[in-house]
Structures are given as C-alpha cells and as structure tokens.
Design a protein around this ligand. Structure first.
Ligand SMILES: [Zn+2]
Length: 222
C-alpha cells in the first residue's frame, strides 16, 4: 500500500518538473472514534469491526500527506438528534442510533488521522468562502448525512476549488461512506484510488454491497 502511494506521489511530483503537474488530494472518510474503536480504549457507537487494524496504515497516509504538503479533505459525521439518520428505533439501513453527536468524543478523529490545524466547514456555515480553502492544507468537512456530497452543501465547491487531478480515498466504512464518497468523486470525473489496506467494511448480508461488487464500480484500488 505504502509503496504504491509513494510511487504515485513521486511520479506526479516528477511530472511537476516536466511541466505536467498532477495535483493529488487525500480524502479521509469518517475516521472518528464512534466508527473506529470498539475496545478498552473506547466503545464506539457504530464501530466497524476490525477497523483498529487499519490505524497504522491511516497514520502512514497522514504522514505522507504532511511530508509532501498535500491537501486533505477530512469528512466527519457531526450529528444532532434532529438529523434524519438518527433514530431511537433505527433500522440500520436508513436510520442509525446516536453516533458522532456534536462535541462528543465519538465525533473526534482518532489520533492516526487527526487533521493538523484544519479549516472547519460546517454544512450551515454562512460565512464560508473559498479563500480559506487555498490557505489551509487540511479541510475538515462536517456533514449531517452519510454522503459528504449531500451532507454538506460546500463539498462540491471545495472540490472544485482545489481541483485535484487525482484523489486518494481511505477510511470507513467501505460499503457506506467510502462508497458514497467515491461515487460522488466519480461524478466529478476525478481519477480515484482507494487504498485497500486503509479501508474497512461493515458486514453486509446484501451481495450487492460486498467489497468485490463495489470495487468493480470504482476505478482503481491500490
Ligand atoms: Zn451519521
């Protein structure tokens, strides 16, 4: 995993000197305590089983982004009880129990992906302007729906402002928010790589959402 990313980053930085720069953006999906941890350290409300095993790789990605001064869009659920997907009687398809509630530990990023000095963009942020995007390496995009493109009206604007050629996606859960992020990015006609060793799926009985099936719809996985 690590070498593939380094190769890609290096290749594109070499191109930069040949006047053929490809801008790379990292896309960190929902690596928050409530999704990532279910052990003695924290009892996550919607923990993805086995997610802790990818934390080393997530940390490597965070380090690579810092080293090469790459922009990172960090998406995060940031809920209140009013949100459509929060329910006391969840069906686990469209509604879920309380998770990533605002200002709780469950809504925080795990240390491996904690964004360094991010510009924070709320979905109801009226003061948002794109200038802040060019000035910050890390963008923290709070959303109130699974899909970052639906859960924050600024996602597309931010993506268009950065205008990357290549997007490298990682995080949780593969068959929910990662899948939605990739599909939203594909609509924007970006070249996308999903890092196989830095994603983790929720178990699903639906054949249509197995890793193999969804990755068929994605362009590239590394
Ligand atoms: Zn949520």
């Amino acid at each position: 995993m690590n070498n593939a990313i380094k190769e890609n980053v290096n290749k594109n930085y070499v191109n930069q000197y040949n006047g053929n720069e490809n801008k790379i953006l990292f896309w960190n999906v929902d690596t928050q305590y409530d999704f990532m941890r279910s052990d003695e350290s924290f009892n996550g409300a919607l923990a993805v089983k086995g997610a802790r095993a990818i934390e080393n790789n997530l940390e490597k990605l965070t380090t690579i982004a810092e080293k090469y001064d790459l922009k990172v869009i960090n998406t995060a659920d940031w809920h209140t009880m009013e949100d459509a997907e929060i329910s006391c009687n969840p069906d686990y398809k469209k509604t879920y129990p309380q998770h990533c509630m605002q200002y709780t530990k469950g809504a925080q990023y795990i240390p491996a992906t904690e964004p360094e000095d991010p510009i924070i963009v709320f979905w109801k942020d009226k003061a948002f302007n794109t200038k802040s995007i060019s000035e910050n390496r890390n963008i923290l995009l709070y959303k109130n729906k699974f899909d970052a493109f639906e859960g924050n009206p600024y996602t597309n604007i931010i993506l268009n402002t950065i205008n990357p050629d290549i997007v490298i996606v990682y995080g949780v859960a593969t068959n929910v928010c990662v899948d939605m992020a990739v599909k939203g990015l594909l609509k924007n006609q970006k070249e996308i790589y999903v890092v196989r060793d830095a994603i983790k799926e929720l178990p699903s009985e639906q054949a249509a959402t197995t890793l193999d099936d969804i990755t068929d719809l994605w362009q590239k996985i590394m």
